[in-house]
Design a protein around this ligand. Structure first.
Ligand SMILES: *[C@@H]1O[C@H](CO)[C@@H](O)[C@H](O)[C@H]1NC(C)=O
Ligand SMILES: *[C@@H]1O[C@H](CO)[C@@H](O)[C@H](O)[C@H]1NC(C)=O
Ligand SMILES: *[C@@H]1O[C@H](CO)[C@@H](O)[C@H](O)[C@H]1NC(C)=O
Ligand SMILES: *[C@@H]1O[C@H](CO)[C@@H](O)[C@H](O)[C@H]1NC(C)=O
Ligand SMILES: *[C@@H]1O[C@H](CO)[C@@H](O)[C@H](O)[C@H]1NC(C)=O
Length: 465
């Protein structure tokens, strides 16, 4: 049964970047910081040395009065020791880590293990994280995020532990520091288990002309004043590559794609056995050889099928900075129009005269329910399909029985958490939904037939989500 939570989002799909530099050579990240928060010792694990943050030069001098360290409840499941066996907890005001770095693009990775710390209630952990003027996480619950991710991972057939990493890329300007500020929401506490900062080549993601959104001829250029959050970094075919086996030295983890493929047709996964001839346009550091040696191919052109990936996402509105305030975020704009009852203004003008108002209303309700702040509050894919089918019925009814009032018992039946629906299978989950697809990335034919993708969502400045 399909149990993905419904995404609502606009994703910036970047192909594993090809970049323009003058020489093809290995990239050796010039800066690495691996900070084990709440710990006082150093541990080397898989080639990375994590230093405890206690008495480190990255914490403010008053850290003893503004935070405390804690160990997770020992009955919790077996997550990796480092950096998850300790956390730093912040319960009062903001707390800022400051890392001295050179100017340039950096990965900022926040490691979270939501657990019971010092007997604190999980419901009371909502917090925001900002860095160098970017709002990265707003009123974030690591507990809710973890349940969402665990669900996706379980559905995708991976073993699901509660720890996870939020990965961002930011461009550090001449301030030459990365400041990471944790601010608990009112009556809440914040926590962090590990902070990782790794430098990257200048044009890997930022200011590169080549990566394009799928289906577009011009790529959006990521400029120095944008921050991005990585949502997925998928490798097509073959195995997943864990962060410590990323031969480019940037500790990027590459997840295998097969569990995200929608439908029975998964294509072919031939393996290229020879070394990859990296070029100046696609240098050695863009991705490990294995990423390029594996592929997912569609086979002969005569095999007629579509290859579709469905990637559930938790949140992340699209930003269009040139529009009026209420239109800046498409998701926010949709919610605004729904509240105002002006949904008809934002739909394709060709639909305005043909869509039945009750159908549009139902459609809007489905969309808005998918925009709830936290993934676990949103309907499952089945519930959405149900809601959309209901919208379609309303449209069909309106087309046949003109002017008849809507009956009370036609209320959409959105399932509650835990309720099950027995009639829907993976194969018919989209039936009757008028071909509407959420969160899909498809290729319908392709000569080379393979892509490896990193999916980032843009973070707006200054208010993130
Ligand atoms: C990369 O840099 C690190 C630290 O600067 C150094 O220890 C390591 O030997 C370098 N690796 C290569 C392959 O140059
Ligand atoms: C980070 O904080 C330090 C100390 O408060 C400040 O000097 C520096 O300008 C800040 N850097 C950024 C990028 O905000
Ligand atoms: C944070 O989210 C929780 C749960 O959705 C909500 O109850 C709370 O009001 C939010 N707090 C802020 C400051 O937005
Ligand atoms: C890049 O090339 C160097 C040698 O030139 C090699 O040591 C390194 O493993 C290569 N990196 C990748 C990602 O293939
Ligand atoms: C593939 O997708 C396209 C666009 O959604 C659709 O028109 C076409 O019928 C699909 N083909 C198959 C074989 O499913």
């Amino acid at each position: 049964m399909l149990t993905f939570r419904l995404p609502f989002f606009y994703l910036l799909l970047l192909l594993a970047a090809t970049t323009t530099t003058t020489i093809a050579q290995a990239y050796n990240a010039t800066e690495h910081f691996f900070l084990d928060c709440g710990s006082s010792s150093s541990n080397t694990i898989n080639g990375r040395t994590w230093d405890g943050d206690e008495n480190s030069k990255f914490v403010p001098s008053n850290f003893i009065t503004t935070s405390f360290s804690s160990k997770p409840n020992s009955e919790d499941p077996p997550v990796p020791e480092t950096p998850y066996s300790s956390a730093r907890i912040f319960s009062a005001s903001s707390f800022t880590y400051t890392f001295p770095v050179s100017e340039g693009p950096k990965f900022l990775r926040l490691h979270f293990y939501p657990a019971t710390y010092a007997g604190r209630n999980q419901d009371q952990s909502y917090f925001s994280v900002s860095s160098n003027g970017y709002s990265l996480l707003t009123n974030f619950s690591a507990f809710l995020a973890s349940s969402f991710l665990e669900k996706i991972r379980k559905d995708a057939g991976f073993s699901a532990l509660p720890n996870f990493v939020k990965e961002f890329i930011i461009y550090v300007k001449d301030t030459q520091s990365v400041n990471v500020t944790f601010t608990p929401s009112p009556n809440s506490y914040a926590f962090i288990n590990g902070i990782e900062i790794v430098s990257m080549p200048q044009n890997l993601y930022f200011n590169s002309k080549d990566p394009k959104s799928v289906g577009m001829t011009n790529g959006p250029v990521v400029t120095n004043h944008m921050a991005l959050e990585n949502i997925y970094r998928l490798k097509m075919g073959g195995r997943s590559i864990p962060a410590n086996e990323d031969t480019t030295g940037m500790y990027r983890s590459w997840e295998k794609d097969d569990s995200y493929i929608y439908g029975a047709a998964i294509g072919l996964t031939p393996v290229y056995q020879k070394p990859i001839p990296y070029t100046t346009e696609t240098p050695n550091y863009t991705a490990p050889e294995e990423v390029y040696q594996n592929q997912r191919s569609m086979g002969k052109l005569s095999d007629s099928y579509n290859l579709t990936w469905i990637l559930p996402v938790d949140s992340g509105p699209v930003v269009i900075p040139v529009l009026p305030k209420e239109q800046v975020s498409l998701a926010g704009w949709g919610k605004y129009c729904h509240r105002k009852g002006t949904m008809s203004e934002i739909i394709d003008p060709k639909l305005t005269s043909v869509i039945a108002p009750e159908c549009l209303k139902q459609f809007g309700e489905v969309a808005v329910s998918c925009l709830k702040e936290h993934g676990v509050e949103r309907p499952s894919m089945e519930e959405v399909v149900w809601g959309l089918e209901f919208a379609l019925n309303l449209q069909e009814d309106a087309e046949t029985t003109v002017g008849e009032p809507m009956s009370e018992n036609q209320e959409p039946r959105f399932l509650m958490e835990g309720e099950t629906m027995t009639t829907t299978t993976d194969d018919d989950v989209f039936s009757g939904s008028s071909g509407i697809r959420y969160g899909t990335s498809s290729i319908s034919s392709s000569n080379d037939g393979f892509k490896s993708e990193t999916v980032f969502s843009e973070i707006l400045k200054p208010a993130g989500r």
